[in-house]
Design a binder for this molecule. Structure first.
Ligand SMILES: *Cc1c(COP(=O)(O)O)cnc(C)c1O
Length: 411
C-alpha cells in the first residue's frame, strides 16, 4: 500500500523549515524498542527517548495495536461529542492519582495554559480580580506559548516577544524564604516542577515542597505541579509528587502520556474543575480518540509494580555507572535526578560543554540529551533492556574517552 514518496534529506530542512531548530545531521527513519535507525541504516541506542516522551521505547507492540485498532474505528469527533477512549483514559488517571477531574489537550504548554487559566478563574470567581498573581521559579520551564513562556523562569526564552502578561513573579527554586516573602493574598497559584527538567534535572527538596504546600493553604493559592516531564512513571512512581507525599491542586502531564503520540492532560479536584463551566475553555483536538486510545495503553503498562520498580532499578544502575565514569574521567561533579530522569552535571573543567558530549555520543551511535549547557541528560525508555543500558554505557564511555583524549583541541 506504500505510495512513492519524493526523496528528502537533512539539507532540505534548511530550505523548507522555519529555522527555530538545529536538528542533527542524520535523519531517523525507524525505531524499535530502544534502538533507532537513520536513512543510511546506521543503528543508534536511544538514551534520549524523544526528550522523555518515548516512555515505552519506539513502536511498542501494545501501543501500535491500540493506535491501529482505534484508527480503524474513529479518529476524531471534536468536543461537541465525548468519546470512549477519552472517558476510559480519564478514569484511569483519576484512579491512579489525587485527582477527580481531567481536561485533555495536546502538548505540555497547553496543559499548563489550562492549569494557569483555571487557577486564575478559581481565584477570580471566589475572591475577585485582585487575586491573580502567579508565582513561579527561576529557571523553570513550562512551555512556549506566550503565557507559559513568561511563567517559565528563563528570560532567554521569553525576551523579544512584546509586552509580557502581568502578575507573574519568579523566585529562586528550593528557596523557602523567598517563597514566604513572595506569596500573599494576591497569589492565585504557585507552579513548580517537582524536578526542574529542562534547566538541569534539579529535584525539589522535600522540606521545600512541604512548606510551599502549607503556604498555599494559608494564602488560599492553588499549587500546580508541572509533571509534563516527570509524570507517567519517569521517576519510578507514576507521578513524582508521590515521592514527596505532597499533593498538588492541579497536575499537568504530557510527554510520556502518549508514549510518542501527542496528548496532554490537566488533572484537578472537582471543587476547582467546576469553575471551567461550559464555554470557559476548550480545544478542538484535546481528548482525541486516537491519542487517548494510545494513552490508555501507555498507562496500563506503566502503572504496574513491575514497570515502576524496573524504572528505579534501571535508574540506579545508570546513575551508579555514570558516577563511576564521571570519576574515572573527571567529567562530572554530580549525577542527580530520580528514576530514569538523570542529569550528569559537568565538572568545573567541562563547564558549558554539554553539546560536545551529545555530539561525541552520536558519533558512537548513542542518543543522549542536554538540560542546559552544564548537564548531560538521560531519559531512556522506562523498559529499556538492561543489555541495552550496558551497550549504551559502553558507547558513552567511548565518547567520553575521545572527548577527554582530545581535551586540548576541545578547550
Ligand atoms: C517539555 C515541557 C513542557 C512543554 O511541553 P510541550 O509539549 O513542549 O509544550 C512544559 N513543562 C515541562 C516541565 C516540560 O518538561
Amino acid at each position: 500500500m506504500s505510495t512513492q514518496q519524493a526523496p528528502v534529506e537533512r539539507a532540505d530542512f534548511d530550505r523548507v523549515m522555519v529555522p527555530n531548530y538545529a536538528p542533527a545531521a542524520f535523519v531517523p527513519v525507524r525505531g524499535m524498542g530502544s534502538r533507532v535507525w537513520d536513512q543510511s541504516g546506521r543503528e543508534l541506542i536511544d538514551f534520549a527517548g524523544g526528550i522523555a516522551v518515548n516512555a515505552l521505547g519506539h513502536c511498542h507492540p501494545a501501543l501500535v495495536q491500540a493506535l491501529t485498532e482505534q484508527a480503524q474505528k474513529l479518529w476524531h469527533v471534536s468536543n461537541v461529542f465525548t468519546n470512549e477512549p477519552a472517558l476510559r483514559l480519564a478514569d484511569k488517571l483519576i484512579k491512579a492519582s489525587f485527582a477527580e477531574r481531567v481536561f485533555f489537550s495536546n502538548s505540555g504548554a497547553e496543559a499548563n495554559e489550562a492549569a494557569l487559566k483555571l487557577a486564575r478563574k478559581v481565584a477570580h470567581d471566589d475572591f475577585g480580580p485582585q487575586k491573580h498573581e502567579i508565582i513561579s521559579t527561576v529557571n523553570s520551564f513550562h512551555g512556549r506559548t506566550v503565557f507559559t513562556v513568561n511563567v517559565g523562569g528563563q528570560p532567554k526564552y521569553s525576551e523579544g516577544f512584546g509586552p509580557r502578561p502581568e502578575g507573574i513573579t519568579h523566585v529562586p527554586y528550593n528557596d523557602i524564604a523567598a517563597m514566604e516573602k513572595a506569596i500573599s493574598s494576591r497569589t492565585c497559584a504557585v507552579i513548580l516542577e517537582p524536578i526542574q527538567g529542562e534547566s538541569g534535572v534539579l529535584p525539589a527538596d522535600l522540606a521545600y515542597l512541604q512548606r510551599v504546600r502549607e503556604l498555599c493553604e494559608q494564602h488560599q493559592a492553588l499549587l500546580i505541579f508541572d509533571e509534563v516531564q516527570t509524570g507517567m512513571g519517569r521517576t519510578g512512581k507514576l507521578f513524582a509528587y508521590e515521592h514527596y507525599g505532597v499533593e498538588p491542586d492541579i497536575l499537568t502531564i504530557a510527554k510520556s502520556l502518549g508514549g510518542g503520540f501527542p496528548v496532554s492532560a490537566m488533572l484537578t479536584l472537582e471543587r476547582y474543575a467546576k469553575h471551567f463551566s461550559v464555554g470557559t475553555h476548550g480545544t478542538t483536538f484535546g481528548g482525541n480518540p486516537l491519542a487517548c486510545a494510545v494513552g490508555g495503553a501507555v498507562i496500563d503498562i506503566i502503572n504496574t509494580p513491575t514497570v515502576l520498580q524496573g524504572v528505579l532499578e534501571r535508574g540506579e544502575i545508570l546513575t551508579q555507572r555514570l558516577q563511576q565514569l564521571g570519576e574515572k574521567y573527571g567529567v562530572f561533579q554530580q549525577v542527580r535526578g530520580k528514576g530514569l530522569l538523570i542529569g550528569a552535571v559537568l565538572s568545573e573543567a567541562w563547564q558549558g560543554k554539554a553539546a560536545q558530549f551529545l555530539a561525541a555520543a552520536e558519533k558512537e551511535n548513542l542518543l543522549v540529551l542536554m538540560a542546559g549547557p552544564e548537564v548531560v541528560r538521560f531519559a531512556p525508555s522506562l523498559i529499556i533492556e538492561p543489555t541495552e543500558i550496558e551497550e549504551g554505557l559502553q558507547r558513552f564511555e567511548r565518547a567520553v574517552q575521545k572527548i577527554t583524549e582530545n581535551d586540548e583541541t576541545n578547550k
